[in-house]
Ligand binder design. Sequence first.
Ligand SMILES: CC(C)(COP(=O)(O)OP(=O)(O)OC[C@H]1O[C@@H](n2cnc3c(N)ncnc32)[C@H](O)[C@@H]1OP(=O)(O)O)[C@@H](O)C(=O)NCCC(=O)NCCS
Length: 143
Amino acid sequence: MGVGYTFSVRLADWEGDRKALEFVRRKVFIEEQSVPEALEWDDQDPLALHLLALDADGNPIATGRLTSGGQIGRMGVLPKWRGRGVGGGILRRILQLANERGIGPLFLHAQLTAIPFYEKHGFCVQGEEFSDAGIPHRKMWLE
Ligand SMILES: CC(C)(COP(=O)(O)OP(=O)(O)OC[C@H]1O[C@@H](n2cnc3c(N)ncnc32)[C@H](O)[C@@H]1OP(=O)(O)O)[C@@H](O)C(=O)NCCC(=O)NCCS
């Protein structure tokens, strides 16, 4: 991996980092995946723990969040950064935070295309396929 793909992951603050978090989620979910804006921002945002990945210049490149109820979500990596371990870095940090803060059991609603990614991190599918914001999903749990 070249120096051009150096990144870092840190805990973010919904108020202080809002522009960066919204920038990534708007690009990935609203613009690329056509998730309606009204569904993208929800009442969990002010309450959840947010993670942000930044490139070497401090530009936001990926997000993820963990609710107090143990739900992981809003995992989004900008297209040019996919397949470079950024999503994995965010997910590992979320698992670490959940462990430190006693949050769990952990679950998520995976887009079908992302199931192999979550399986690599120990999640297992449970239950039938369902549609959320017009995108097929399955529920996954961490044993
Ligand atoms: C799903 C997503 C969050 C994963 O993040 P990522 O940074 O691409 O994932 P990583 O690079 O950490 O790991 C991806 C794994 O998939 C595989 N992979 C290889 N090339 C890939 C590519 N171009 N894109 C995605 N995954 C790839 C690799 O095997 C890798 O596993 P490894 O760690 O054993 O190498 C990201 O691709 C994404 O934002 N997708 C669009 C939005 C989305 O679907 N979000 C999920 C909602 S449930």
